[in-house]
Design a protein around this ligand. Structure first.
Ligand SMILES: *[C@@H]1O[C@H](CO)[C@@H](O)[C@H](O)[C@H]1NC(C)=O
Ligand SMILES: *[C@@H]1O[C@H](CO)[C@@H](O)[C@H](O)[C@H]1NC(C)=O
Ligand SMILES: *[C@@H]1O[C@H](CO)[C@@H](O)[C@H](O)[C@H]1NC(C)=O
Ligand SMILES: *[C@@H]1O[C@H](CO)[C@@H](O)[C@H](O)[C@H]1NC(C)=O
Length: 362
C-alpha cells in the first residue's frame, strides 16, 4: 500500500515537473518552441547598426565628411542594461557582417530616418544581419535581434523579403499607452514583465512615438507574416489609424517595438511629448533589461579583450548634436566606415583603418 502511494507520488511529481519544463519553454503548443538555452554570458556585447545621415544631419554635418552615425541614446540604452557596444558599419561586404557577428551576442537595429531602397545603406546591412541571425538560430545558436522604430519596420521588411508594406501614418511626438492584445502575456517579451511595468505601459502615455510609417496587422496578414510573428499590442496614430506597437518572432528571439524607450531616458528635445516620469523610465528600462537577458543566452565572444578593445564604441566620442536642432542630444558620427573588411577579425593584426581611427579627434 505504502509503496503504491509512493510510486503514485513519484509519478505525479514527474508529470508536474515535465509540465513545468514545458510551460517554461513552450509558448504555444501550436508553435515550435524557442530553443532552451543554458548559457549565461555575463559579458554581453551588443552590435548597433549605424546608418546614413538624415537630411538634417547632412545639412549640419555633411561638410565635416561624416557619412554615418549612431544616436548615443541607443548606446546608453543597452549599456545601462549591462552591455558593451560595438558599432556595425553600413556599406560593407557580406564577410564583414559574418565576421563581426561571430563575436556579438545580439544586434540592435536603431530608429532613424532613411530609406530602405538606398543601396549599400542601413537596409542592405540589415539584410546581411537578419539572414545571419536566422541561420544562427536555426542552428541552435541563440542570437537575439532587436528593432526599435525604423528598426522594427526593417525587421518586418526583411521578413517580407524586401517587400515594402508599410502604411503612411502620422505619429510624431505622440505619447501613448500600449493597447495590449488579450494573449500578450503568452509572448516572451511580456511573459515575465513585472505587473507594475505592465500597468504603467497599459495605462500611462509613456511610449514615445516618432514615425510616419506604420505596420498594420492587415499588412502582416497580406504577406503571410502573421504566421511567424506575434503581435502583442497595437496603438492609434493622430488620425486614429491602428498600427502595431510591439511584435516578436514566434521562433527566433527577434523583437520589434515601434516606440522609443531610449528617448524616455536619454533624449531631452523639448515639446515633443517624451515622457520623463519615473514610471516612464522604469518601463523603458524593462525593454533594455529584457533584450540583455536574451543576449546573455548567446555564448559568442571576441577572441580576446584586446580584439574587443579595437571594436568597442569607446574608441569614438559622441558629439553634442542637440545644439544643432537634432532630435538626438548626442550622436556618434562616423567618417567613411572602413571599406576594406578585416581579413579575419580574429587576427591579431586587425586594427581600425586610419581614417576611422581619426574619428577620435572630433
Ligand atoms: C526610395 O523611395 C523613396 C520613397 O518612395 C523615393 O522618394 C526615392 O526616390 C527612392 N530612392 C531610390 C534610390 O530609389
Ligand atoms: C521570403 O522568402 C522565403 C524563402 O524564399 C520564403 O519561404 C517566404 O515565404 C518569403 N516570404 C514572403 C513574405 O515573401
Ligand atoms: C499596408 O496598409 C496600408 C494602409 O491600410 C495600405 O495602404 C497598404 O497598401 C498596405 N500594404 C500592403 C502590402 O498590404
Ligand atoms: C503632445 O500631445 C498632445 C496631446 O496629448 C498634443 O495635443 C500635442 O500636439 C502634442 N505635441 C506635439 C508637439 O505634437
Amino acid at each position: 500500500m505504502k509503496a503504491q502511494v509512493f510510486v503514485m507520488l513519484v509519478v505525479l511529481a514527474l508529470v508536474s515537473f515535465l509540465h513545468q519544463g514545458e510551460a517554461k519553454h513552450v509558448i504555444d503548443s501550436q508553435e515550435r518552441a524557442v530553443p532552451y538555452v543554458a548559457t549565461v554570458n555575463e559579458q554581453p556585447v551588443i552590435g548597433i547598426l549605424s546608418q546614413e545621415l538624415s537630411y538634417l544631419m547632412t545639412q549640419n554635418y555633411g561638410d565635416d565628411g561624416y557619412d554615418s552615425y549612431i544616436a548615443a541614446s541607443y548606446v546608453k540604452f543597452v549599456e545601462g542594461a549591462g552591455a558593451r557596444v560595438v558599432p556595425i558599419w553600413i556599406n560593407q561586404p557580406a564577410d564583414y557582417y559574418e565576421n563581426i557577428m561571430t563575436n556579438l551576442n545580439g544586434v540592435l537595429l536603431p530608429g532613424g530616418a532613411t530609406w530602405f531602397n538606398q543601396s549599400n545603406g542601413y537596409a542592405d546591412a540589415g539584410r546581411h544581419i537578419y539572414d545571419i541571425a536566422v541561420r544562427y538560430n536555426e542552428n541552435g545558436d541563440y542570437f537575439p535581434v532587436w528593432g526599435t522604430c525604423l528598426g522594427f519596420e526593417l525587421l518586418t521588411y526583411l521578413a517580407a523579403n524586401g517587400t515594402e508594406h508599410r502604411a503612411h501614418c502620422s505619429s510624431s511626438s505622440q505619447a501613448l499607452p500600449l493597447s495590449f492584445k488579450d494573449d500578450f502575456r503568452k509572448s516572451r517579451l511580456f511573459a515575465g514583465a513585472p505587473n507594475d511595468v505592465i500597468d504603467i505601459l497599459n495605462n500611462e502615455p509613456v511610449t514615445a512615438n516618432f514615425h510616419q510609417f506604420c505596420v498594420t496587422e492587415a499588412n502582416l496578414t497580406v504577406l503571410g507574416l502573421d504566421e511567424d510573428w506575434r503581435v502583442m499590442s497595437v496603438d492609434r496614430d493622430w488620425n486614429g489609424m491602428e498600427f502595431i506597437s510591439t511584435i516578436e518572432h514566434k521562433t527566433y528571439p527577434f523583437y520589434g517595438i515601434q516606440f522609443h524607450p531610449e528617448k524616455n531616458i536619454y533624449e531631452w528635445i523639448q515639446n515633443k511629448n517624451i515622457s520623463h516620469t519615473g514610471n516612464a523610465i522604469r518601463a523603458a528600462h524593462y525593454f533594455a533589461d529584457f533584450f540583455l537577458q536574451e543576449a546573455r543566452k548567446s555564448d559568442h565572444q571576441f577572441p580576446s579583450e584586446a580584439v574587443l578593445e579595437k571594436h568597442v564604441i569607446y574608441n569614438y566620442q559622441p558629439i553634442f548634436t542637440g545644439l544643432k536642432r537634432s532630435s538626438f542630444e548626442q550622436c556618434y558620427m562616423f567618417r567613411e566606415s572602413p571599406k576594406v573588411l578585416p581579413k579575419t577579425i580574429k587576427s591579431k593584426k586587425f586594427g581600425l583603418k586610419k581614417k576611422t581611427a581619426s574619428l577620435l579627434t572630433v
